[in-house]
Design a protein around this ligand. Sequence first.
Ligand code: NAP
Ligand code: GDD
Length: 341
Amino acid sequence: MRNKKIALITGISGQDGSFLSELLLKKGYEVHGIIRRSSSFNTSKIDHIFDKLELNYGDLTDSTSIDTIIQKIKPDEIYHLGAQSHVKVSFDIPKYTSDVNSFGTLYLLESMKKHVPNAKFYNASSSELFGKVQETPQNENTPFYPISPYGVSKIHSYWMTKTYRQSYNLFATNGILFNHESERRGGTFVTKKVISKLIDMIVYHGNVEPLLIGNLEAKRDWGYTPEYVEGMWKMLQHSEPDDFVLATGETHSVRELIEEACKQLNLNLEWYGKGKSEIGICTNLGISRKTIVKVNPIYFRPNEINSLLGDPSKAKKLLNWEAKIKFKELIEIMIKNEFNK
Ligand code: NAP
Ligand code: GDD
């Protein structure tokens, strides 16, 4: 009988993995993670808790490493967060995205079936599964229609998780999470990119290149990550494995994101032009008017989800989970933490 629960996190060095590690340590778990060997440091998000974690080298494309780690650690709970998680990049490297996201999940499930069939498994599914949305808002019963290699790779891992649940009676749960953000978000995702750049504008008195942006009209349901990792944990404490949507129930466009961030930073923004030549000018940064935003088509995607809006009522009812932090407060938190950094 072990006196501590053992959790294994794939993707521990990412945004979600770092917050989930903190949460599980606070709850008294022994926390293990899988990290990739890299020629440069890749643990900046977990450096502050590094000595409390047990880290193992492995890679989701390498079934041997996954199997060895699971056999050695024998986790009670597996949180599978590791992924090639960038949607636009998945159009450039579709095979690699599938190797990691689809087959990585399969290797974990196979290994769990073999070595720890009584463990609990959380799979990081995504609102990208809804793609060309078939109804609004989207819930657990909304038909999927992925439109990116990333979305398709995550469909495979969603169904594999469900199939192992149904075929082998494993406790395997899908968390269908809508976008969630924080100061630890990777710099190439839109919330972090916008906020860091606008703060640089202020710090350097406008003497930086403008924010180059893609589709201003795309809408997303953006929540705050620490609340979402709590939801992941709750899913594995539920009486049975299931599929759950986590979302705020609000949707906002990239344009609104830029406007709200500018407002909170006291930057007066005026839009000029249309489509590929649209720009945003700031009228109160120094003496002259300054272009601070520029649409650049290199950030357009070959296929784009226009709007996502989640319905998290099942999670509220069965898990007592709710997103309390909504759009404006999320931006406020990210700005504050970015300034503190
Ligand atoms: P993230 O910051 O991009 O982190 C991804 C993690 O996966 C990193 O630790 C990364 O390691 C690791 N990883 C990538 N390729 C790997 C490989 N081949 N082998 C082992 N590890 C690998 O992503 P996140 O925002 O934390 O998201 C966590 C999970 O939730 C992902 O599966 C994502 O697709 C999914 N998801 C995210 C959101 C969201 O809004 N954040 C919404 C829905 C679903 P390195 O640090 O070495 O790169
Ligand atoms: N990244 C990025 N960069 N996105 C931009 C930009 C830009 O310069 N300009 C506009 N966008 C738009 C994208 O086209 C998309 O519609 C929206 O902003 C959000 O883009 P991301 O922040 O890259 O996130 P995502 O929605 O594609 O994917 C994230 O959320 C998914 C859940 O819905 C990722 O975290 C995925 O891993 C996750 O599954």
